[in-house]
Design a protein around this ligand. Structure first.
Ligand code: 13P
Length: 253
């Protein structure tokens, strides 16, 4: 049986709470019959409005980061426990924008993953190479290493609460999508990495998404690939009709 599809939006730093509720209000009727899982990843301040707005729908809500400590002197940070306490189910961790602009490293990503699992959240773990790394031919090594380090200390049982998103950095927000073959190749390689750590049964059931300029026009081809189990969508997730079209591409894949 094919793995289920998971389509997640990463809104990044867009939409205030009022706008978030309105966007979800528009999205709800469009995805209510979806068979795949649908998630919206919203800014921290939008979480209460988003949690309220998704009520009565199948849409899950994700935060875009969490800290690894439960509480303490970490100005500006939000703990996984805090997210869990308000009813958040998912958290995106290790996004390349956090790694590039906010100093996240493989080790802090590992710590955030651990904390999120401890709090009972499901993690969307992002990995992916820079353009220079792809051009040097080290995409496989980079993605395998990021995956291995992030999962250090994660048990096989906990892998049911890990979704991995392969996001080549050069494809994010650039309109330059990976080809379906490139996306599938790296998703398969990440699955092999998971298999090496946890065995093939766990690897076979792990959801591995592609992200990077996925949109209503290219989603069907990407999602038709055997190792691509969904998408993590930036820009197109801010347009309800486009995001819903990606959801229906997953349902029809
Ligand atoms: P875009 O879909 O805007 O390229 O963003 C992808 C992404 O970073 C999702 O996390």
């Amino acid at each position: 049986m094919r793995r289920k599809y998971v389509i997640a939006g990463n809104w990044k730093m867009n939409k205030n709470p009022t706008e978030a509720a309105a966007l979800i209000g528009e999205l709800k009727p469009l995805v209510n019959d979806a068979r795949c899982d649908v998630i919206v990843g919203v800014p921290f301040v939008d979480l209460p409005a988003a949690l309220e707005a998704v009520k009565g729908s199948k849409i899950g809500v994700a935060a875009q980061n969490c800290h690894w400590e439960k509480s303490g002197a970490f100005t500006g940070e939000i703990s996984a426990e805090m997210l869990k306490s308000m009813g958040v189910e998912y958290v995106i961790i290790g996004h390349s924008e956090r790694r590039t602009y906010f100093g996240d490293t493989d080790i802090t990503v590992q710590k955030r993953v651990r904390a999120a699992l401890d709090a009972g959240l499901t993690v969307i773990l992002c990995v992916g190479e820079y353009l220079e790394q792809r051009e040097q031919g080290v995409t496989g090594e980079i993605c395998a290493m990021q995956t291995k380090i992030a999962l250090g200390g994660v048990s096989g049982n906990e892998m049911s609460r890990i979704i991995i998103a392969y996001e080549p950095v050069w494809a994010i927000g650039t309109g330059r999508t990976a080809t379906a073959e490139q996306a599938n190749e790296v998703c398969a390689l990440i699955r092999d990495t998971v298999s090496g750590l946890y065995g093939s049964r766990t690897a076979d059931s792990t959801i591995i998404q592609y992200g990077g300029s996925m949109n209503a026009s290219n989603a069907a081809e990407l999602l038709a690939q055997p190792d691509v189990d969904g998408g993590l969508i930036g820009g197109a997730s801010l347009k309800p009709a486009d995001f819903a079209a990606i959801v229906s591409s997953a349902d029809n894949a």
